[in-house]
Design a protein around this ligand. Structure first.
Ligand SMILES: Nc1nc2c(c(=O)[nH]1)N[C@H]1C(S)=C(S)[C@@H](COP(=O)(O)OP(=O)(O)OC[C@H]3O[C@@H](n4cnc5c(=O)[nH]c(N)nc54)[C@H](O)[C@@H]3O)O[C@H]1N2
Ligand SMILES: Nc1nc2c(c(=O)[nH]1)N[C@H]1C(S)=C(S)[C@@H](COP(=O)(O)OP(=O)(O)OC[C@H]3O[C@@H](n4cnc5c(=O)[nH]c(N)nc54)[C@H](O)[C@@H]3O)O[C@H]1N2
Ligand code: SF4
Ligand SMILES: [Mo]
Length: 910
């Protein structure tokens, strides 16, 4: 059914139901395809996660598909580090992988091999890799980027509720009376859930939203109560809330007595956590802590939503447990609208947890440290036994490679040379490993640069299998088109190498990897869930195709699946009682100091996805934020004597970046925020994770990506250049990437300026030599300019070029004051001025505005003009159509309106 005959499919348009490949919301989509082209992607009204809605990223999916020119189409190999990588036939690549792995295993043992996978893989992909690593190679060194993402949620759930299972569901967003959002910017990171929350609040104005976040994000701006917590201090806050609940008799002693254990020890601990003490530690006023405690405990139903602000912490497991305690102590769990609900980041982080996609997990929520669990899994796989040596979690895996203990790294669907903290160490590991295999879909990622062997991966929507979203709902992902070149589904590449490796090291195991198709892989996987807390042995591809997405548990013959867990108060522990854990606040691992006086936190932007391999391909997604910045409170900027837009040198004790500063009063003084997205494929140096620290939670091993100490000062890079060239943004970006390595500050980003192209910004301590300038002119397409103004002695030059009568490129070197004027010219907005006058800076031009609403192309300036003319949110919607498409921009516009109103109130008061 899903492998249509080629000729017919080239003529007709087909509609394939699948799931969005970005966040853990797991929105259903309908992909319209003809031949190998995806024509449109729309929300699936029948899918229970989104009921037809999509956010800006989901709406733009079609832009990112089958960009063959941006893809890894063939396997590549370099026989030695000094040789260039060359395309090779896929068969030969799979043989090379098997040969090299066999040699490394023979010489150094199975634990010299490490696999680093991704929460973006399908459940079928994990299953085959897991079997390959543990049952064939014989190592538990198989971890995923979920270590950076969900592992504290996993350990938090397991320690308190007994199993790694989010107990709530999305419908609870509509039935909750109080929604407690901690360390989550839902408006950006899970926008469709935020739409559901907005709609629920519209329908029930008495619903209250509390947001715990150091920054006043768009999510926090929409809250009834924002608790601007100091980074890393959530345990103190949650303990003080429990203190207040106990003091005011707001806890449910009956529920505690019947369904839990361990309350006495915790009660004794939180006695010392008075709201006044917590105020000192967290920076949140005691009165607000008490108010939050009352709203939480007294509400008919309280739902908590939480993500990286809790998980990515040196104390992440404790943060998770301390929040879950609030639910257990008040009985706010196991009923509609209530429960601790961790939102998963990646689309199939949940599937990974189910399939054993962490070094510390085996399939079916089993534990590799348990001999009985290992025997279970070995039996189900049909092998004699599984390795007992503990596997290395992500950071330790890369450390072991850096120290030469792990010799081979096989990296799949993740980009560690951008996304792991403390890049200097990560890059040493990648350089030191004898064999780096990178299984990738797109060209030009940071990690591909380190690969000895590149395996070409198929990606969405070329793959078929299943994913599980945050609410335990398993959905089918269906291939809508064929993969380009030699690209192949990840599990097939794994199975291909596994069969070849088996022939070399254990011939009897080759048959373990003989799967007819992904349905067969899934059928094998569901056997691991039978009889376990997550039992979904009732599911198969066929059942999902026939009956649609299903929530687990969903045992064989056991009905439609469970919307909520623990409704009877029985937990997944041996005695059925949930646990209170005696955790405590621990100060951040790297406190600010006189040398590094600012607290840096990192996180997401609305329209970018991680390391941007995919989102950078979409014109509508790149225009919300085109270039990187670090934001600081205006008072801190003033203290530094810096202005918005100026270049800064940002350093931690580990590394540095040069980046523009941005004034941002949504931060408290003393804090800084850097979007996580920019790595060395877009900016000079090792990317933003050059700064972050390797400290990690002792239980979950999740790194502290939400806090490190930094220093900011003006960059001493007086020579600056800025340019733009029209053309395909993705291809130009790849072509111009070498410039990133020639300057201490460099940014090469796709842009929608001038109808699409690339923007380049460079800075250096002094002017580069004439050859460098000449090469830059060549690469930017201004070697033969239509207008020019130069002073070579000062390294100064202004050039612009036309093609077909339209602006095609410009370069400003030595002095970039005309940048806004030239961008306006590129956009066609300065055509009345002569080119010569333009280069002399004689035309009045306004800075190019940022696009806020990408569905209708509405700029920040147009919205501000509307607000200045007295329009409110509805007025803006009517006049400009902004926030009437996917709605992702709604929170930002609401914030602009609220800010203007607050400004007016101040004006009147003054
Ligand atoms: N647009 C977009 N959406 C995405 C992604 C993406 O790349 N882009 N990625 C997906 C993935 S994999 C993930 S994991 C999720 C992440 O989703 P979120 O966790 O919602 O996103 P982040 O921006 O990483 O961090 C959330 C917030 O934590 C706050 N924070 C920092 N330190 C603390 C603290 O100590 N305590 C508290 N309470 N808050 C703190 C930050 O200010 C930030 O606003 O997003 C998913 N969705
Ligand atoms: N400073 C800081 N760092 C962070 C975070 C943070 O908040 N702050 N967040 C962390 C978190 S929560 C996460 S989840 C990580 C994410 O970090 P990464 O996993 O490194 O980010 P992605 O860009 O999503 O990487 C996915 C890669 O897989 C490729 N790809 C896409 N589809 C396929 C496919 O089907 N098969 C294969 N083989 N490849 C494919 C993409 O091109 C891309 O290169 O970042 C972490 N790093
Ligand atoms: S909220 Fe947006 S990114 Fe997340 S699954 Fe839905 S459409 Fe995709
Ligand atoms: Mo994540």
């Amino acid at each position: 059914m899903h492998a249509p005959d080629q000729d017919a499919s080239a003529r007709t348009t087909r509609v394939v139901e699948s799931v969005c490949c970005y966040c853990g919301t797991g929105c259903g989509v309908r992909v319209h395809a003809t031949g190998d082209r995806v024509i449109a992607v729309e929300g699936d009204a029948a899918h229970p996660a989104n009921r037809g809605r999509l956010c800006s990223k989901g709406m733009a999916l079609a832009d990112t598909v089958r960009r063959d020119d941006a893809r890894v189409l063939h396997a590549q190999w370099r026989p030695s580090r000094s040789a260039p990588r060359r395309d090779i036939p896929l068969d030969r690549a799979l043989d090379i992988a098997a040969d090299r792995l066999a040699a490394i295993i023979a010489a150094h043992g199975p634990d010299a091999v490490g696999f680093y996978l991704s929460g973006q893989l399908l459940t079928e992909d994990y299953s085959v890799f897991n079997k390959l690593a543990r049952a064939l190679v014989g190592t538990n060194n198989i971890d995923t980027n979920s270590r950076l993402c969900m592992s504290s949620a996993v350990s938090g759930y397991k320690l308190t509720l007994g199993a790694d299972a989010p107990p709530a569901c999305y419908d609870d967003l509509e039935s909750a009376s109080t929604v407690f959002i901690a360390g989550a910017n839902v408006a950006y990171a899970h926008p469709v859930l935020f739409r559901r929350l907005e709609a629920a609040r519209q329908a029930r104005p008495d619903m209250r939203i509390i947001v715990v976040d150091p920054r006043r994000t768009d999510t926090a701006a929409a809250a009834d109560l924002h608790l601007p917590i100091l980074p890393g201090t959530d345990v103190a806050l949650f303990h003080a809330m429990l203190h207040a609940m106990i003091a005011e008799s707001l806890i449910d002693r009956d529920y505690i007595a019947r369904h839990t254990r361990g309350f006495e020890a915790l009660e004794a601990r939180v006695r010392t956590w008075t709201p006044a003490r917590a105020q000192d530690v967290c920076g949140v006023p005691a009165a607000d802590i008490i108010r939050a405690a009352r709203w939480f405990a007294r509400s008919p139903a309280t739902l908590s939503l939480y993500t990286m602000g809790l998980n990515q912490s040196h104390n992440g497991t404790a943060k998770n447990a301390a929040l879950i305690h609030l639910h257990l102590a008040t009985g706010q769990i196991g009923k509609p609208g209530a429960g601790p609900f961790s939102l998963t980041g990646q689309p199939n982080a949940m599937g990974g947890r189910e399939a054993g996609g962490l070094a510390t997990l085996l399939p079916g929520h089993r534990d590799p440290a348990s001999a009985a669990d290992r025997t279970d899994v070995a039996d189900l796989w049909g092998v004699a036994g599984l390795p007992s040596t503990p596997g290395l979690p992500a950071l330790q895996l890369f450390d072991a490679a850096r120290q030469g203990r792990v010799k081979a790294l096989w990296i799949v669907a993740t980009n560690p040379a951008q996304s792991l903290p403390d890049q200097a160490r990560v890059r040493q590991a990648l350089a030191k490993a004898e064999l780096v295999i990178v299984q990738e879909a797109y060209r030009g990622t940071e990690t591909v640069g380190y690969a000895d062997l590149v395996l070409p991966a198929a990606t969405w929507p070329e793959k078929s299998g299943t994913m599980t979203n945050s609410e335990r709902r398993v959905s089918r992902v269906r291939a809508a088109i064929a993969p380009p070149g030699d690209a192949m589904a990840d599990w097939r590449l794994a199975a291909g190498v596994a069969q070849r490796l088996a022939r070399r090291i254990a011939p009897e195991k080759a048959a373990l990897f003989d799967y007819a198709d992904e349905a067969a892989v899934f059928a094998e996987h569901v056997r691991f869930t039978a009889g376990r807390d997550l039992d979904y042995s009732g599911l198969s591809h066929e059942v999902l195709d026939r009956e649609g997405p299903r929530q687990w548990p969903c045992p064989a013959g056991g009905g439609p699946g469970a919307a909520r867990l623990y409704t009877d108060g029985r937990y997944a522990t041996p005695d059925g009682r949930a646990r209170f854990i005696d955790v405590d606040h621990i100060p951040v691992a790297e406190p600010v100091s006189p040398t590094f006086p600012l607290a840096l936190t990192t996180g997401r932007l609305r329209d970018h996805w991680h390391t941007m391999a995919r989102t950078s391909l979409s014109p509508s997604l790149i225009r919300h934020v085109e270039a990187p910045w670090v934001s600081l409170h205006p008072d801190d900027l003033a203290k530094l004597g810096m202005h918005d837009g100026e270049l800064a040198h940002v350093a931690s004790s580990r590394g540095q970046v040069h980046i523009a500063v941005r004034a941002d009063d949504s931060l408290a003084p003393g804090q800084a925020f850097l979007p996580m997205h920019w790595g060395s494929a877009f900016i000079a140096g090792d990317g933003i994770n050059a700064l972050t620290q390797p400290a990690r939670d002792p239980i979950s091993h999740q790194p502290e990506l939400k806090h490190c100490a930094i220093a900011v000062r003006p960059a001493k890079l007086p020579w600056q250049a800025a340019g733009w060239r029209r053309g395909d943004p993705a291809l130009l970006r790849l072509a111009l990437a070498p410039w990133l390595r020639r300057f201490p500050h460099a940014v090469v980003t796709p842009t929608t300026a001038g109808g699409g192209g690339v923007r380049v910004a460079l800075a250096a301590p002094q002017a580069p030599d004439a050859d460098t300038i000449r090469a830059l002119c060549d690469d930017l397409g201004v070697a033969h300019p239509q207008a020019a103004f130069e002073d070579p002695h000062r390294g100064m030059l202004r050039r612009l070029a036309l093609a077909d009568g339209k602006p095609s490129a410009f370069l400003l070197a030595g002095d970039v004051r005309l940048l806004d004027a030239l961008l306006a010219w590129a956009d066609g907005g300065a055509s009345q001025i002569s080119l010569a006058r333009l280069l002399l800076g004689q035309g009045a031009v306004r800075a190019r505005p940022r696009t806020v609403c990408v569905c209708h192309g509405v700029t920040e300036r147009a919205i501000q003009d509307g607000i200045d003319a007295g329009l409110d949110m509805d007025g803006l919607r009517g006049a400009l159509r902004c926030a009437t498409g996917c709605g992702s921009c709604g929170p930002e516009i609401a914030r602009m309106v609220a800010r203007a109103r607050a400004g007016k109130a101040v004006d009147h008061a003054g």
